[in-house]
Design a protein around this ligand. Sequence first.
Ligand code: NAD
Length: 488
Amino acid sequence: MTLDAAPLADFADPALHAAGLYIGGDWLPGSGIPVLNPSTGGVLAEVADASPTDALRAVDAAHSAAAGWRATPPRQRAEILRRWFQMMTEHAEDLARLIAMENGKALADARGEVAYAAEFFRWYAEEAVRIPGEFRHAPSGANHILVDHDPIGIAVLITPWNFPAAMATRKIGPALAAGCTVILKPASETPLTAYAMARLGAQAGVPPGVVNVLTTAQPGPVTNAMLADPRVRKLSFTGSTGVGRVLLAEAAKSVVSCSMELGGNAPFLVFDDADLDAALDGAMIAKMRNAGEACTAANRFYVQSGIHDAFVAGLAARMAALKVGPGTDPASQVGPMITPRAVQKIDRLVTQAVNLGARLVTGGTPLPGSGYYYPPTVLADVSPQAEIAHEEIFGPVAPVYRFDTEDQAIALANETEYGLAAYVYSRDLSRALRVGKGIETGMVAINRGLMSDPAAPFGGAKQSGLGREGGVTGILEFMEPKYFAVNF
Ligand code: NAD
């Protein structure tokens, strides 16, 4: 099957329906997991349901390919990644439509994701040939210290449904650049994108067994089986903090190195001296990219008293003007949520906030119909006691809170166990940086609604994660430093 042969969006190619497990370069037929279209509730396809035994076959395949891939010169690994970038770019529209179908996000968001996702392959093609080392004098003067970096070994990569392409490439890119072979387990809600990318990878020249992909309805037992295999040396996980905690405990049993990209609860701070229009533009991006289903999504808007009312009015007008509809409809700006359960959760958070005195400025009721739609919603005067102030909303709801002083804003921003991302709007750059330093997150966007960049270290503090993806350091998550004490 080639992606050229038929537009994925039409699902005209039966090979795609039958997307089985991708192990050792072979497609093994399988079924058992229906993939739903959140825009309609209909079934798009059915994918294989891997067992723990299948997962160990994938570890075998990754192990068989490991020595060859590790020995492949960095330049050659780089060129394969660069070709994969190229192929994703050539097939960007097919991939975007596929993402819009299985995830439901609006096509514009899906196109943005494909471009962002492909960039990880280009960035890590460039980093593969720049793997760092160190050479120093020992302080004693007795010898030298030489530090090399080896590929860490077989890596298990687990990704969520909200960015089906980008969360996979953000792991595969650095792992392959480092010389590791991998087993990717995508979320069962959005496996088709991962399988389509694996096909492109094979066409780009990724050798059999270097990238293996499996879907499963029993992620716990399947992952545990792989983590218990001594050949597996790395777990790179993106998903909720709850599942991250479970996996850290499991990985501890065999002391597997873990990188964790977990949940968020991003504060969005707007000071009186902010450019109101710029803050509203940024708020719309920070809140509504992916209809709010992003770990970096602005989850709590803290607005200083002097600008508060104008901000709420401006935000409500912009939110109310958005067109909600099926992801694949080019006119849609906001697609459906991933599942009916996600809609129920958002509805519960909004209802509880309103019962505690929040003012519903726009939106606030799930939309009828067969898809899983929730309208863009703005809540003002939200009680800090409301659950919505503490939970990751993961939907198109903007709760706005008022503050008076800078210290108060920082304290409110930090009132959470999460520490992934924060946004600060102020025309006074020194204030924005001072506030940014005070906020306990791994990332701060200043006068911008978007921070994700393959060339920057992405990751969280506190219970939002461990380690960083992207940037110069992302490749080191897949490498083991080796120190030589040298006399010469
Ligand atoms: P999730 O934790 O439910 O699932 C993530 C992945 O883990 C899926 O592939 C799932 O099948 C798998 N999984 C679930 N239980 C497992 C188990 N016991 N063992 C092994 N794997 C298991 O998260 P989700 O609902 O898919 O994604 C949303 C969450 O992801 C949000 O909390 C969001 O903030 C977070 N997220 C974080 C980042 C980041 O970079 N920090 C990026 C995107 C999403």
